[in-house]
Design a protein around this ligand. Structure first.
Ligand code: HEM
Ligand code: HEM
Length: 158
């Protein structure tokens, strides 16, 4: 199984842990929930990379076929899930600005902002890839996804 399954699951668990922390020690506002939903939509799409890596490396043919079937079923939703992730993150960011303003001394704000910008490019590269596919765009889409994963990870642990 690809290491990305474990990394994705790990990030999800850390985010759930943070949400529980907010519920117990601070206030769990809708803006936090919306950020969490943005993360969930991102992870849903990013798991495609884990699935594709496993299909390439798994020794058992039956497992490869099963994963390829699941992956095919999800294809029609991929573009909408990704675009919705961006929409949710924008709402999350705007409501954070309303709540706190832009606090430039707060690294969490900067990391969130950088992650949101990369997510915008991720979604753009996806739509461009859909209409005008190329190898360069394919790699751009994958590398932006990896970068985004680590930026979101830092944003959440900060
Ligand atoms: C891909 C982009 C983003 C994702 C997936 C995301 C996700 C999340 C999640 C799940 C939380 C709740 C857990 C925690 O406290 O760490 C959170 C909190 C937070 N996010 Fe984001 N976020 C993103 C972008 C942004 C942006 C652009 C901003 C604003 C500049 C921002 C500002 C914040 C702030 C200030 C908190 C803490 C809220 C509090 O403690 O009251 N985030 N984010
Ligand atoms: C959260 C945002 C997104 C993430 C994390 C993401 C991630 C991925 C991943 C991991 C793959 C498989 C990479 C490969 O080996 O080729 C992929 C493929 C693809 N993505 Fe995205 N994507 C996102 C948004 C979008 C959007 C908005 C579109 C818009 C059309 C899109 C279009 C595509 C296309 C056309 C493919 C290739 C066909 C396929 O395998 O389904 N992506 N994406």
């Amino acid at each position: 199984m690809s290491k990305w399954f474990y990394l994705n699951f790990g990030l999800f668990v850390i985010a759930v842990w943070k949400i529980i922390g907010h519920a117990l020690h601070t206030t769990l506002t809708p803006s936090i929930w919306i950020g969490f939903m943005g993360l969930a939509f991102f992870l849903f799409n990013w798991t495609r990379h884990a699935v594709f890596s496993t299909i390439r490396s798994h020794p058992r043919r039956e497992t490869k076929i099963r994963l390829a079937r699941i992956s095919k079923k999800v294809v029609p939703y991929h573009r909408y899930m990704g675009t919705t992730a961006l929409l949710l993150v924008v709402i999350h960011a705007v409501s954070m600005f309303y709540r706190y303003g832009f606090v430039s001394r707060w690294p969490k704000m900067w990391m969130g902002l950088i992650a949101a910008i990369i997510l915008l490019f991720m979604v753009l590269s996806g739509w461009l890839r859909l209409f005008w596919p190329s190898v360069k765009k394919r790699y751009l889409h994958i590398y932006l996804g990896m970068l985004l994963f680590f930026l979101i990870f830092i944003h959440i642990i900060l």
